[in-house]
Every structure is written in C-alpha cells, then in structure tokens.
Ligand binder design. Structure first.
Ligand SMILES: *Cc1c(COP(=O)(O)O)cnc(C)c1O
Length: 397
C-alpha cells in the first residue's frame, strides 16, 4: 500500500549516521552545533537551537517567552495537538481562533475577534506547508504586544510572497520564534528531532539554557549568586542552574542524519511540488473534490508542501469518509485525516469547556478533509495509481 507519508533515507544518510556513531560523541557534540549552524545559515537566521522533538521546541518557546499562568495563547484548531498543548504545559490557557476556508490556516479576522486582554502569544501553524497569513496575524498580535510563534513543522524550507518580496519561513519580521519537527513523516527527518529558529539573542540564550536543565558551564554567564567560600568556588567542575529546565537535548547521531537530509531538502521540496502539480491537474475536473487552495497564488512555487489535503463532499457522494478510505486502502492507496479540531478533543472540552460552535469554519471543513499520499520517494507509478484510484472511486460512488 502507498502510505500517506514516508521518510526517504539514502545510502549517504546511512553513511553519515554510521560515521557519527564511531565518533567521540553520541549525544551533544560537534554535529549538533554543525546542524544548527547549517540550518540557520540556510534561512539566513541568527540562531537555530536543535532539540529532542517538535513538541519540545514548542514547550521551550513558551518557556523562553515567559508564558505562564494567567496568560492566554491563541492558536488554530486545525493542527496537531502539540501546537495547543504547549501553552497548557506552562500553565497558560490554550485558546482557539477559526481558520480561513481557503488556506485552512489561522484567520487574522477570527484572531482579532477571539482576542482577550490576557492573550500573550499566538501559535500560527503553516498547515500542509502553506504559510499562514503571518503579516496579517502579526498586525493584530503586535498591536497588543503579544509574542508570535510560528509552528512551521509542515513548512520546512518553505518560502512565501508578501508585498512583492519573497521571505523564507523561519526568517521574516512577523514571527519571534519558528519551530520545526523532524519526525519521519515531515519533509526531512532526524528520527525524532526539532528546532527553534529566532533572530532574538535573549530568546536564543534562554532556549539553550532551558533545553539542558537550565544549567550553564560558561563562566561568562555565571551569576555568582553562590558566593560562599566552599560552594561558590568556581573550579573546573563548576556549573550553575539558573532556571528550571529540561533534558530536551538532541543527539549527534540524529543531527548527522539531519545534516545529510538538509543537503537533500531542495530535492525533497521540488519532488513534492511536482507531485502536487500533477495531483492538481488530475483532480481539477472532479466534482465534489477540491484541491488544496492557496491564500496567495504567488506562493504556488514557493510552498514546501508537507500534505496534499483535499476536501471531498462525502455527503454529496452519499458515502462516508470511513467507507471511502477503506475502499481506497483496498486499492492500495493510503490516506489520513489531518486534523480533528483540537478544541473538540475530550481533554479540551473537559478542561476548558470548549465545544462545537467555537470555530465554525474548522468544524464545517473537518468532515471533508482527506490527505492523500505525498512523499518524495513516490514513483511516477505511485502518483498515477493514486490519481486513477481516487478518480475511479469518486466516479463509482
Ligand atoms: C509534527 C508536529 C508537531 C510535533 O512534532 P513532534 O516532533 O512529533 O513532537 C507539532 N506541530 C505540528 C503542526 C506538527 O505537524
């Protein structure tokens, strides 16, 4: 069966990891630093901080921004749980604003409507790879002095157009921190892994501290608060814990894979764009099926597509999504539903009293969502199979 997503591992990737395995460091060594440098350099950004996974990246972003109890964090319901959970990790209240029906990303107008006096941060998600309306979101957030985190787990290597200029996701004026995941289903992988990118020196410093127990061995950073004669002696062993941090480190092994995958990223993105273009052509005339919409048509060639999510009017076809997916699977084509609106998850209902009616667009669109296979290792035959089987099933149904 053709899965909806899959990693692509080459002989070079394997060789690079094997080389790291016989190096002196298995955990945080020079390969972590090299991966961070190359990732930041690709974006022209100042700091990249590599961490254990994309969820840790979001958690650390909240901590670095000093978001906590009494604060509200607005995000989109059409995302993976972690985008919202991160606010709850630090004792803040995750809250949701509706999506725009074209991009399926956070709608700036809905954001303005949902804004409360205690809102301190926004987590915008680049759903399926398409950049959220970051300038529109920033206009509202900046007016209120709130911090902007862009969850770019879907948009690794993506770019977007604004006012005639092209910007890389991860380095533009409308986000304070950008987070990434390198889970195998994402556009490039380190097994498990994540990254936070920022141009802010203070945030970067906090992120580095918090990823490693809030602990520093750098004499320049010592507070000297332990000044008593015995416990303040700053010998070669000396370290200070200056904040309550975590072990969110990533390993040299993982970053070796990351470095190798980073070299292949442009090829991954190009192949994904090719497949998306073929799908768009093939599905253009299919009734009751809508290909992914673009908020800004100029982004067609700039987007790093992670998902190919179509909208199918299953009700008009007099079928159910379950039946459709099952039949598709029987014909060798996997698919997935991304995402169940987060505010409708049992924990969110129980904890915050959220329920249906909160995000009408997201709730109306959710029953139509279906993500079809999209990954660089797909052969032309795979792409043809997906097209043929989806079209056939649509006609039969
Ligand atoms: C994958 C993903 C995450 C979580 O990343 P992990 O590395 O799995 O922890 C967060 N947000 C979005 C939008 C994602 O797709």
């Amino acid at each position: 069966m053709i899965p909806y997503g899959r990693q692509s591992i080459s002989e070079d990737d394997i060789a690079r990891v094997a080389a790291a395995l016989s190096g002196d460091w298995l955990t945080t060594g020079p390969t972590v630093a090299e991966f961070e440098e190359q990732f930041a350099a690709r974006l022209g950004a100042k700091h990249a901080i590599a961490v254990a996974n994309g969820t840790a990246a979001l958690h650390l972003a909240m901590l670095a921004a000093e978001i906590g109890p009494g604060h509200r964090v607005l995000t989109t319901p059409n995302t993976f749980l972690a985008s919202a959970n991160a606010a709850a990790f630090v004792g803040a209240t995750p809250d949701f604003a509706d999506i725009d029906p074209v991009s399926l990303c956070l709608d700036p107008d809905a954001l303005a409507e949902q804004w409360q006096p205690d809102t301190r941060a926004v987590v915008a998600v680049d759903y399926a790879g398409q950049t959220a309306d970051m300038p529109g979101i920033a206009k509202i957030a900046r007016r209120h002095g709130a911090l902007i985190i862009e969850d770019a787990c879907h948009a690794i290597g993506g770019r977007f157009e604004h006012d005639g200029q092209t910007w890389p996701v991860g380095n533009h004026p409308w986000a304070d921190m950008t987070t990434y995941s390198f889970h195998p289903v994402k556009t490039m992988t380190t097994g498990e892994g994540g990254m936070i990118v920022t141009n802010d020196d203070v945030l970067a410093g906090r992120l580095r501290l918090l990823r490693n127990h809030g602990m520093t061995r750098n004499p320049e950073d010592f507070t000297g608060l332990s000044t008593d004669e015995v416990f303040g002696e700053q010998g070669p062993w000396y370290y200070e814990m200056q904040a309550l941090g975590y072990n969110y480190r990533i390993t040299d092994l993982q970053c070796a894979l990351g470095l190798s995958q980073l070299q292949r990223l442009d090829a991954f993105i190009a192949r994904r764009q090719e497949i998306v273009a073929r799908y768009n052509d093939a599905f253009a005339d299919v009734p009751h099926l809508e290909s992914p919409g673009l908020r800004n048509p100029a982004d067609a060639e700039l987007t790093s597509w992670h998902l190919y999510t179509v909208r199918i009017d299953f009700a008009a076809l007099q079928t159910t999504r379950t039946e459709f997916m099952t039949k598709l699977r029987e014909r060798g084509v996997g698919s997935q539903v991304l995402y169940i609106p987060v505010h409708l998850q049992p924990w969110y209902r129980e904890t915050y009293g959220y329920g249906p009616g909160k995000c009408p667009n997201a709730e109306a669109i959710y029953p139509q969502l279906l993500s079809l296979p999209l990954f660089p290792a797909m052969t032309e035959d795979d792409v043809a199979t997906v097209i043929t089987e989806v079209r056939r099933l649509m006609e039969e149904t």
